[in-house]
Design a protein around this ligand. Sequence first.
Ligand code: FAD
Ligand code: SF4
Ligand code: SF4
Length: 474
Amino acid sequence: MAAKVNMSPKKNPMPCQQPAVRARNFDEVATGYDEAAALDEALRCLGCKAMPCVSGCPVNVHIPEFIAKIKEGDFEGAYQVISRSSSLPAVCGRVCPQETQCEARCVRGKNGEPVGIGRLERFVADWHNAHSTAAPITEAPNGHRVAVVGSGPSGLTCAGDLAKKGYEVTVFEALHTAGGVLVYGIPEFRLPKSIVQKEVDHLKAMGVKLETNMVIGKTLTVNELFAMGYEAVFIGSGAGLPNFMGIPGESLKGVYSANEFLTRSNLMKAYRTDPVTPVSKGGKVAVVGGGNVAMDAARTALRLGAEKVYIVYRRSMEELPARAEEVEHAMEEGIEFRLLTNPVEILGYFNCDDRRDERNGSVIGIKCQRMELGEPDERGRRRPVAIPGSEFILDVNTVVMAIGTSPNPLIKATTEGLEVNRRGGIIVEEATGATSKAGVYAGGDAVTGAATVISAMGAGKVAAKAIDEYLCSK
Ligand code: FAD
Ligand code: SF4
Ligand code: SF4
């Protein structure tokens, strides 16, 4: 008998908290499919032999195979298929930009919406986390020691893959909590921290040691790690150094980088009534930028109690780099988009006479200029051009800069022989993640600059395989 197929052109909708309710709490916005919705969505998959969706996934998750298991009701089997390629499915199912990756290649997308691959992946991972009690399986210890610098998705993946093969792995993390951007950047309402903690606990159960508050380059250098007996080092230190615009007023009180604003809220729990490190709450907030980070900062400001939140972006809606779903959610929650608008100065109020030091003043507004789109730049995006005489002032008392980040230069500065490119990214051999220094591998944002969770994970996987080959051949 032919298998049943669901030919609906639309994905099963993702249940979500109502906009007016969720805009004032930090609980997860999307609440996930139940079994009936997951089965109905799985039936939209045609199980294509050519599997175009798989080639759209940076780690080549066997998509038709895991969806076939969902159709059979074998959710644990589906999880096992995904986990052959991805070590963080509960994370990727939530935050992967599926619309430009796996789902962008799905044949169902030609005459309607693609199969909700990310939603199904999330369902399967959550089902596994709720039901499975199986202990992780690792090979017998092989006597080799590897150090991993940074506990973001690249470091966690590299550590997990090596631990499975019997390596003694220690992860050195600069912050007091493991998870990288997954814990300090992406807010709770998009990725609950308990999910990341589960992944970290899973690694610990595999024998991975975690040393927090260890800044490599300060507390210990890479060379000192080798001297301590580590035979290979993986650098997954991310791209946490925020960029600023270089306009007047950026040192005023009330101006934050998105990283600082989100870290204070996510990691230091600034939303509590007794926070250790407070952050501006309430009032009017302008977030400068148009990526996922800008959307996260704007939606966080709203949840912290802002009466008005603006996204200030110099291009138009068409060029906005954030995920479509995040933009839609931000708009539903009441965030106002000031497009084709570029800040030229942040204005301050000084309650003392010394205006030479901006740090004596507080933000009272942001002077902006209207823009229009001109000729395409080298990446093909139309260049924003200022309209003369179009300046206006937006009354705000907090400004959050979300205009990109770069890799921190600390590790390069303290590691002889480690080459970086002009943007500060560590130079690696693409197929292995090997750097210019013997025994040192790198991956994720530390190499590429700010990118995605799944690409960082993919890089961690590639490096783990290469480290295994390097140490086996020693
Ligand atoms: P990171 O996650 O940055 O982890 C690096 C870790 O290394 C950090 O914990 C850091 O503290 C530590 N470290 C740094 N220097 C040192 C040192 N010297 N010694 C020891 N430890 C060190 N991607 C998506 O795919 N989807 C999204 O929706 C998405 N949203 C995002 C939202 C925000 C707010 C941000 C900031 C990023 C977002 N990204 C998203 C990007 C994604 O999170 C990153 O590409 C990914 O986390 C990179 O992983 P990584 O392992 O390279 O580095
Ligand atoms: Fe799609 Fe990300 Fe899952 Fe790959 S890991 S199949 S890109 S959701
Ligand atoms: Fe299923 Fe779409 Fe992949 Fe075809 S392309 S196997 S329909 S997910």
